[in-house]
Design a protein around this ligand. Structure first.
Ligand SMILES: NC(=O)c1ccc[n+]([C@@H]2O[C@H](COP(=O)([O-])OP(=O)(O)OC[C@H]3O[C@@H](n4cnc5c(N)ncnc54)[C@H](OP(=O)(O)O)[C@@H]3O)[C@@H](O)[C@H]2O)c1
Length: 323
C-alpha cells in the first residue's frame, strides 16, 4: 500500500532550508522512497505552525485536502498520515475521511506516539530510580488526541496527576474514562510536577523557566517543541526528552531536515508500519488502546523502538536520584 506523510513547515522561512528540488508551488514534496515493497512521500504544506493555528480553519482544511488528493492522484497514495498540526485542524483526522474527494485511509500516527511517550516517561523515571507512585505528573494538552491516551495509561500509575487544558468543559469525556488521583485545570500549573508531558498544538515554546520546578523532567512531544533549546541551556537542572522519537534504520533515512540520523518520529513510523502490514483501516480521533498496543507489537517486529532518550536529537543520561 502506498502512503504519504502530510505535514507543514515548523516556522516561516523553513522552505529555504529544505532540499530545493522538493519545492513546488504550494507544497514541499520529497522524492518517493521505498520500504520493502511499499512506497511513500513526505508532503508538507507551505504553512508555518503559527499559520496552521491562526489562519481560518476552513482554508487550512482545504489545503490539507488538496495535498491528500495530490498524493492520491500523483503517487497512488491510499494511506495518509496526518503529521504535526494537520491532526489538530482536521478534528483528529475525522474531517478528512468524510471528504469524498479523498478515497483512501487516514491515520494521525498519534497511537504509537502516545505509546512511545509513555515508554519515555517510565524509562526516565526508572533510570532516575524514582517510583511513579511518589511523583506528581503533569500533562499539558491532556484532552487532545495524544494527551487523552497518555492520561488514560499514566494517571493510574502516578501519586498525583495535574491534567492541563485550555477549556474546562473539554475535560468531561476524559474524566469519565479516568481512574486514579488527579485534578483537571486550565492553569499552567506545571511547577508542581516532577515530570511533565507536553502534547499541545501551541505553535511556539509554551513552557518558561517559571513553569518548571528544580530538576523537573519534561517529555516534550509537541511539534513545534514546547520547551526551547534556550531554556534547556538556561536551566541545566531540568531534563528535556524528545517525545516520539524512535530508532529507524539509517539506510531508509527520509532526509527530514533536523531529524537525527537513525531516528524518526513515532507518528511517521506508525504509518509506515501500517503500510507494511497492508492494514486497510482509518485510525483517526480518540485513540483505541488496543490499536496502540498493536503498534507497539509492530514496532518490535520492525525494530522501530525507543532505545535511547534524546534531547533535540542528542543522547542524554538521567542521573540516579531517589525520591
Ligand atoms: N513527536 C511525534 O512523533 C509527534 C507525533 C504526533 C504529534 N506530535 C505533536 O504532538 C502535539 C499534540 O498532537 P495531537 O494530535 O494530540 O493534537 P490535538 O489533538 O490537537 O491536541 C492538542 C491539545 O493541546 C491543547 N492546547 C493548546 N494550547 C494549549 C495550552 N496553552 N495549554 C494547554 N493545552 C493547550 C489543545 O486544546 P484545545 O482543544 O482547547 O485547543 C488540544 O486539546 C502536536 O504538537 C503535534 O505536532 C508529535
Amino acid at each position: 500500500m502506498n502512503f504519504a506523510i502530510l505535514g507543514h513547515l515548523m516556522y516561516e522561512g523553513q522552505a529555504e532550508q529544505m532540499p530545493q528540488d522538493w519545492i513546488r508551488d504550494n507544497l514541499v514534496v520529497s522524492p518517493q522512497f521505498s520500504f520493502d515493497g511499499t512506497k511513500g512521500n513526505l508532503i508538507a504544506l507551505k504553512l508555518s505552525a503559527k499559520q496552521m493555528v491562526e489562519m481560518p480553519i476552513e482554508q487550512v482544511r482545504q489545503k490539507v485536502l488538496d495535498a491528500a488528493v495530490f498524493a492520491q492522484d500523483e503517487f497512488g497514495a491510499e494511506l495518509i498520515q496526518l503529521g504535526a498540526l494537520t491532526t489538530s485542524v482536521t478534528s483528529g483526522g475525522k474531517w478528512l475521511i468524510e471528504q469524498k474527494e479523498y478515497t483512501g485511509y487516514a491515520n494521525h500516527g498519534d497511537s504509537y506516539t502516545a505509546a512511545v511517550t509513555c515508554q519515555a516517561v517510565l524509562k526516565a523515571i526508572n533510570l532516575a530510580g524514582f517510583q511513579p507512585s511518589r511523583l506528581t505528573l503533569a500533562i499539558v494538552g491532556a484532552y487532545g488526541v495524544i494527551g487523552e491516551a497518555v492520561s488514560r495509561i499514566l494517571v493510574p500509575q502516578f501519586g498525583h496527576s495535574i491534567l492541563i487544558g485550555r477549556k474546562a468543559e473539554k475535560f468531561e469525556k476524559l474524566e469519565k474514562e479516568l481512574t486514579g488521583n488527579y485534578e483537571t485545570t486550565t492553569d499552567l500549573k506545571t511547577k508542581e510536577a516532577d515530570i511533565i508531558v507536553t502534547a499541545t498544538n501551541h505553535p511556539t515554546a509554551l513552557l518558561k523557566s517559571e513553569h518548571l520546578k528544580k530538576n523537573a523532567i519534561v517529555v516534550d512531544v509537541s511539534q513545534p517543541p514546547n520547551v526551547s533549546p534556550e531554556l534547556c541551556k538556561q536551566r541545566q537542572d531540568i531534563i528535556r526528552i524528545d517525545g516520539g522519537f524512535v530508532d529507524f534504520p539509517v539506510k531508509y533515512d527520509l532526509g527530514i531536515p533536523g531529524m537525527p540520523k537513525g531516528k524518526n518520529f513515532a507518528c511517521i513510523v506508525e504509518v509506515i508500519m501500517q503500510a507494511l502490514e497492508n492494514e486497510k483501516a482509518n485510525h483517526v480521533g480518540s485513540i483505541d488502546l488496543n490499536h496502540l498496543m498493536k503498534t507497539e507489537k509492530w514496532a518490535r517486529k520492525y525494530g522501530f523502538i525507543l532505545n535511547e532518550l534524546t534531547n533535540f536529537g542528542m543522547p542524554i543520561t538521567i542521573p540516579k536520584e531517589t525520591r
